[in-house]
Design a protein around this ligand. Sequence first.
Ligand code: UDP
Length: 425
Amino acid sequence: MFQNNKQRIALISVDGDPAIEIGKEEAGGQNVYVRQVGYALAEQGWQVDMFTRRSHPEQAAIIQHNQNCRTIRLKAGPSQFIGRDHLFDYLGEFLGEFQKFQQHQGFQYPIIHTNYWLSSWVGMELKKQQPLIQVHTYHSLGAVKYRSISNIPVIAVQRLAVEKTCLETVDRVIATSPQEQKHMRILVSTKGRMEMIPCGTDIDKFGKIGKTEARKHLGVAADTKMVLYVGRFDQRKGIETLVRAIAKSRLRGQADLQLVIGGGSRPGQSDGMERDRIANIVAELGLKDCTTFPGRLDDTDLLYYYAAADVCVVPSHYEPFGLVAIEAMACRTPVVASNVGGLQFTVVPEVTGLLATPKDEVAFGAAIDRILTNPEWAQQLGETGRQRVEIAFSWHSVASRLAQLYTRLLAENPTVTKSKSQVAA
Ligand code: UDP
C-alpha cells in the first residue's frame, strides 16, 4: 500500500517520547499512541519521523527503529525531565531545531500529526512558515481536566487558548472517542474540523497468553481473586478509590483476594509521592497482606498480568481514552471503569465489563464483587471484550484510518506536496 506515493510524515510529540520506557511519570498513553501509530504507518509504507524533546544527556539523538521509522530527539531546554506544565517556554527552541533539521535534510514535511497541546503550538507556528497539513490529537483537554483537579497550574490560561485556536484552525483534529468529540464541541469551540478515530492496541500481542499459563508464570493460585490496576501513579487515576473499594469488598476474609497495583514511580517525584500516599492508605486499611506493587510492568509483564487478572480496574477521574481498558479487554479480562470520557466508549456495561461513578468506592466495590463472584459471566464479559477490541481497536485499523485521512487531506491540498517535500525515490 502507498508504495507509489510514499510520503514523509512527522509525528510531533514534544513531551511524550515514543522511544522511552512507558509507565513512569508522564510516560503513558500518548507515548504508546505515537509509537504504535508510527510503527503501523511505517509498515504501510510511510516514511515516519517521530519528533520529541531530549530529556536526558545520554539519550541518542536519533533512533532508527526500522527502514521507514525513526525517533528524533531535538533540544528544547536542558536535557532533563521537565514536567508538561513547565515546557511551554522551550517550544520556540524546539521549533527552531525542527526547522534546522528539515534544512539539513533538504526537505520539508508535507504533513505533520501533532500530539498534546504543546505540540499543537509547534505545528501551528510551523504552518505559518511553510505549507503543510496539520492533524492533531489532544490526548487530554485542559477544559475537561481542569474541572476535575483542584490545583489549576499557571499555564492553564495559555493551554486553553492554544487548544481553542488549534481546534478552530488546524486541518483536522482527531477525537479518539465520541465523548472527547462532544467535550471539544461543548467546552472548547463549535468551530473546526474533527474526525473520530479511536486509539488502538496490539491485538496479536495482547491476548496470546491464557489465564492458566499466566497464573503459573506469576505464581498466582487458581482460586485467588486477582484485581489489577495498571497505569501511572497520578491522583487523577483514582487508585485511592480502588483501594478503598477493595477494603469494602464482601470477599475480604472469604476468599484469597489479591490487589495488584502495577506502574513505575520515582522516589521524591510526583509519581513517587502518589505511590507513597497510596501505600499509606493500603496500610491504614489493613490491606498490606493482600496488596502488591510490582513496579513498572514492561511489555512482556503486561501480557501475564492482564491475562492472570479476574478483573482490571480503571478508576480514573478523567480519561480521554484509556488504553489500559482495551489492553485488558484484548487479554479477555473484564474491566470495571469509571463512567467518564473514552471509558464510556470502550467499556460496554454488562457486556464487556461495568462502569461506576468516579470516586465512588461503594459503587466500585459492588461492581468488582459482582464480577469476582460470577466467574462464568466474567468469562463471557472477557470474550466479548476481546471481540470488541478485535473489531474496533487494532493499531493496524487505526493507522489505516489515519493514513486514509492523511492521503485525502494531501490530495485536497496539492500545493503542500511540492518536490521539496517528496521522498527521494
Ligand atoms: N503502562 C506500561 N507499564 C506500566 C504502566 C503502564 O507499559 O507499568 C502502559 C499501559 O500499558 C498503557 C499506557 O502505559 O499502554 C497507559 O495509557 P493510558 O491511556 O491508560 O493512560 P495515560 O498514561 O495516557 O494516562
